[in-house]
Write a protein that binds this ligand. Structure first.
Ligand code: NCD
Length: 333
């Protein structure tokens, strides 16, 4: 497989002794945008994520991050992102302050500002994972924090750790990224996972991108122009049937109800796509269906039994990638 780096191994499973290894420049860094990752760093994260998988499959976890504390601060709902960061930290022996059950139970509900909350949490923790409804919030938090801040979604902006696990999943499923035909379906306007993944894919060669959305949910113009300026083959359509036969990856997303200012507009587009077994019969035998989840009707439950449905494997990969990232920013991998 390509895009792997040969690195000194992080673990010796014989003795369980930890090795001293390079962190590829990620130690102490905030993770705010996918633009921070070049192919070298991506290859590094993929290699480490593989090692994390091996670790979990063989022995469940280790004490690499023993003595370290992660503060998990979520101002928006989450199941996978919060749980996988918590699982990642705990499998590496670290501890977690989880503020994920609704900030209504924290001082945020008393009107505390984001900078004050961040400057408080950094007193207790070594790294902060933040999800917040406003674009730019992760950057703002990072400007105040003296510990690394990891962006777990800033409104309709970016979701860099999701994009890393998405890319890792494509590589695991298909063995490469260069040369693939990738179709993104759904809410391309507000879907932050789409924005981050599209940016990461710009680093790869000969990738063809197909964007399938209703007119009002097209990919933001700035991102589209960036793709065109960089010479990418791009096509936009309203219809999944136009792309399903040629796609190597079908990346399906939820219509982001919470981002609409006009509920009537949401009602008009909410059920616009459903991937069914009937559609799947027209897809390649080696195509993969991905979804950052949660799904709310975009993929029929019958599709789950198709071996090309990769979304739950994608969920598991998220834990390995977040283990790799936490170890790297804490200077331990
Ligand atoms: C996504 C998100 O929060 O942006 N979910 C996730 O992190 N796995 C996608 C979504 O909410 O639709």
């Amino acid at each position: 497989m390509e895009q792997m780096q040969t690195l000194p191994k992080l673990f010796d499973f014989g003795t369980m002794l930890q090795k001293t290894v390079s962190t590829n420049g990620l130690a102490g860094q905030d993770i705010i945008s996918v633009n921070q990752f070049d192919r070298d760093k991506l290859a590094y994260i993929f290699t480490r994520s593989h090692e994390m998988r091996e670790l979990v499959e063989r022995v469940g976890g280790c004490d690499l991050l023993k003595g370290y504390v992660l503060a998990c601060l979520f101002y928006e709902p989450s199941t996978r992102t919060s749980a996988s960061f918590i699982a990642a930290m705990e499998r590496l022996g670290g501890d977690v302050i989880p503020i994920t059950q609704g900030v209504q139970f924290s001082s945020v509900s008393k009107g505390e500002s984001l900078p004050d909350t961040i400057r408080t949490l950094e007193q207790y923790s070594d790294v902060i994972v933040l999800r917040h409804p406003e674009i730019g919030s992760a950057k703002l938090a990072a400007d105040y924090a003296s510990v690394p801040v990891i962006n777990a979604g800033d409104g309709a902006g970016e979701h860099p750790t999701q994009a890393l696990l998405d890319l890792f999943t494509i590589r695991e499923e298909l063995g490469r990224i260069d040369g693939l035909k990738i179709a993104m379906v759904g809410d391309l306007r507000y879907g932050r996972t789409v924005h981050s993944l599209t940016r990461l894919l710009m680093q790869y060669d000969d990738v063809s991108l197909r964007f399938v959305s209703p007119e009002i949910l097209r990919l933001p113009m700035a991102l589209m122009n960036e793709l065109i300026d960089r010479g990418f083959k791009v096509r936009e359509t309203h219809n999944v049937a136009d792309v399903i036969e040629n796609a190597d990856v079908l990346y399906v997303t939820r219509i982001q109800k919470e981002r609409f200012s006009d509920p009537k507009q949401y009602e008009e587009v909410k059920d616009c796509y459903e991937i069914t077994m009937e559609l799947m019969t027209r897809a390649k035998e080696k195509m993969v269906v991905m979804h950052p989840l949660p799904r709310v009707g975009e993929i029929h439950y019958h599709v789950d039994d198709d071996p090309r449905a990769a979304y739950f494997r994608q969920v598991r990969n998220g834990m390995y990638v977040r283990m790799a990232l936490l170890a790297a920013v804490l200077g331990k991998a």
